[in-house]
Design a protein around this ligand. Structure first.
Ligand SMILES: [Mg+2]
Ligand SMILES: [Zn+2]
Length: 193
């Protein structure tokens, strides 16, 4: 079992598309500092898991194949930096789909990831830019949460609030000095994709 860092996608990994969706790779822009942050966490033995809501598929604005292609291209770029995600979970349902059980703040995507990748949620973290991201972590029993301040109003309390994704790397690097053990476990192996 190893701990994970769960990441929301839009507004955290890549620039927020605002009220819309990233419908093609051309419009996917990594946020400054995120690749270095992912690479550091990976080198420290954390599993990296993307948990994202992509309602644009449910709305018919893009196909599942297009979403998969965007994620494959994202992974390719991240892998060049030793920063690829170990797993990607996406809820593509409509927000008002009565049969959907996976949409945030449901903990389902995190619980599935834990079961499928043998993750220790009690030592895991989540980084998000929306109340629903933080609520999902709370519902899943992920104790550590980092909120990136975005356009959304902050109503749910996270452990830390950072103004910008750029602040993630220095914050995580400061763990060492603040006594927070960043090493996932003494037995964690550094893995390269
Ligand atoms: Mg977001
Ligand atoms: Zn769903």
């Amino acid at each position: 079992m190893r701990p994970a860092f769960f990441f929301d996608r839009d507004g955290v990994v890549n620039r927020s598309p605002g009220a819309g969706y990233v419908l093609r790779w051309k419009d996917f822009h990594f946020n400054e500092g995120i690749i270095e942050t992912l690479a550091l966490l990976r080198s420290r033995g954390f599993a990296l898991v993307l948990v994202t809501s992509q309602q644009g598929v449910g709305k018919g604005l893009m196909t599942q194949a297009t979403l998969d292609e965007i994620h494959a291209l994202m992974q390719g770029e991240l892998a060049r930096h030793g920063a690829a995600f170990d797993a990607i979970y996406a809820c593509t349902c409509l927000a008002d789909d009565a049969h959907c059980t996976c949409r945030k703040p449901s903990p389902e995507m995190i619980l599935r990831a834990a079961a499928e990748h043998d993750l220790d949620l009690t030592k895991s973290w989540l980084v998000g830019d929306h109340d629903r991201d933080i609520q999902m972590a709370h519902h899943a029993g992920v104790p550590h949460t980092i909120r990136i301040r975005g356009d959304e109003p902050l109503q749910v309390t996270a452990d830390r609030v950072l103004d910008n994704v750029r602040d993630l790397l220095p914050f995580i690097m400061s763990f060492k000095n603040s006594g927070i053990n960043l090493d996932a476990s003494s037995k964690a192996k550094t893995r390269r994709p």
